[in-house]
Every structure is written in structure tokens, then in C-alpha cells.
Design a protein around this ligand. Sequence first.
Ligand code: ATP
Length: 312
Amino acid sequence: MSDAPAISVSGLTKRFSGRTVVDHFDMDVPKGAIYGFLGPNGSGKTTTIRMMCGLLTPDEGTGTCLGFDILREQDRIKANVGYMTQKFSLYEDLTIRENLDFIAQMFGVKGRKKRVQAALEDLGLADRAGQLAGNLSGGWKQRLALAACMIHDPALLLLDEPTAGVDPKARRDFWDEIRKLSAQGVTVLVSTHYMDEAVQCDFIAYIAYGKKLISGVAQDIPKMIGLHTYRVTGPDITSLEVALKSEPAVVQVARFGAVLHVSGTDEAALSALADRYRAKGTHNWEQKPAELEEAFIYLMTGAADNFRGDLK
Ligand SMILES: Nc1ncnc2c1ncn2[C@@H]1O[C@H](COP(=O)(O)OP(=O)(O)OP(=O)(O)O)[C@@H](O)[C@H]1O
């Protein structure tokens, strides 16, 4: 990642029918970063991302994307953006190669044949180039969609819940590809509701009611929220989970198999609770650093609304 941000926006605001759906949004995105946008449905993630990339004109605010002005140079930005939406559609009656060739034509890609062949090879699709897109499994369709989005070598890639409905192996492979692109300097903006997509991101922004409540380096997010967590193991974890959920010091109990991650924002109160339960001698309580998994659950279950406006 270089020092000059790929995107720098400030005060972005959008209203639809008099309703403010994005409210004075500021952000710098480093070049080559994978930036995840989390938040409830309808919180304004897609609208924000589209404004940041010159795909939608803000009512207020300014900024640059890939060195171009988001208000005056939208066409130049668009030529450098790959956009993979959930509804990304391929031509099912065309082969993989024909699909890529068609999209390359639409973008006016120079040296088209070579570029299509390189894209097929990069994504491990060369052996299947003659197969009809309609016969591909979900994971391969998604690979093809990614190849299509990248055919014109964009510097910025937008992903909208990219691995929804794809099996775990295909998800991992997909993220390996995204990492490779990021290492090559492609900046990636991801809108997601999924934890396993969020944990792939270098940076996270949490948006609710059109406002950015938190943003920063992904691994710093738990600290920014102020979450403290204990890992709890022992017998009859289900009853313990129920009991802990009614403890005032506990803001969240997340279950990972037979292990509970018990989190709170008041460190002293949570520590006192751990001591009280430890004294019963039934369960093992071990303090652990809060990780993005806990922070993600905390944010997505709406607990973050409690500090609405307190954090940047
Ligand atoms: N073109 C539009 N005209 C009118 N209202 C819109 C338009 N686009 C979005 N909205 C509204 O703006 C709000 C924010 O929508 P947006 O799609 O940005 O949210 P989101 O966080 O991306 O949601 P999701 O997670 O469901 O995709 C929603 O209430 C939506 O209905």
C-alpha cells in the first residue's frame, strides 16, 4: 500500500425524497486496501460506496477517487472500476471464453484475445474455456464473474456480498484471488453482512442510519469498541450461556462450538463476574484479546447503536 490514498472523500451526503440516507461521510482508503463496509440492511453502505466511486452524484461533499474528482470526472473513474454485484449476470448460453470476450469488447479492451486468455489462465478457467457458463457450479460462476469484472484491469474493485451462497472452499479460493489483486495494488471495497467476509478485510467501516459509527484497521476495531472477552469452557455450556445472558456485565455471549466467548465493555465488572463464576469451580474462565469475530457480532446485533455518535 502506498501513502497516497486511492480514495479520499469528505462530507458525502445523499438524500432520497427528502430523507437523508448518507450523512456527511468522510473516509480515506489506502491504495491496495481491502475495505469492508458493515451495517444493517438499508444503512447506506451501497449508496456510500457508489458515491465514493463516482457512480452516484452526492448532494453534498467532495472527494477524489483514483486521482479523479468524484463530481467532475465520473467517467474517468468508471473506466477504472470493476463492479461485482450479487446480481452479476453472465450469458448462460455463451461459453466462458465467449462471455469474457464479449465483456472485453464492451470495455474496448486493447489486445482483447490475449487479455481474455490471460484472464482465463489467471483464474484457473483455461481448461474450461469452452464450457457453457450456464453449466458452471456456483463457485466457478463466481470466478467467471470476477474475471469479467477485472477484464479491463480496473484499479478499483467493488464487491457486494461477493460470496453469498457459495460453498466454503469456493469462498476461500475467491478471497485468495482478492488478496492477490490487493497485493498487485487493486483497491477493493466490500459491502457485507458476513463475518467470514469481514475478517478478510484490512479495514472496516460500520455504518448505521447513514452515519459512519466506526472505521479503522480491522484488528483495532475490538479495541475501538472497548470489548473485553473471556473464553469459557466446561460442562453444560448451554445452561451457562442462558445464565450469562442475563448478567448486567455481559453485553454478548458468542458460542463457538463448545466454547463461549463472553464479552463486556466494563472491564472491572466483567472481571468481577469471571471471579464469581470461577469461584464455583465448574468452568474455566480465561481472558482473551477481543477479536474481530466478537466485534463483528457485537456490531451486527445492533449493540453499537448504544454508542451512536461516540466514535468516529
Ligand atoms: N435510488 C434510490 N431511490 C430511493 N431510495 C433509495 C435509492 N437507493 C437506495 N435508497 C434507499 O436508501 C437507503 C440506503 O440504501 P443502501 O442500498 O445504500 O443501503 P445498504 O446499507 O447498502 O443496504 P443493504 O445492506 O440492504 O444492501 C435505503 O433505505 C434504500 O431504500
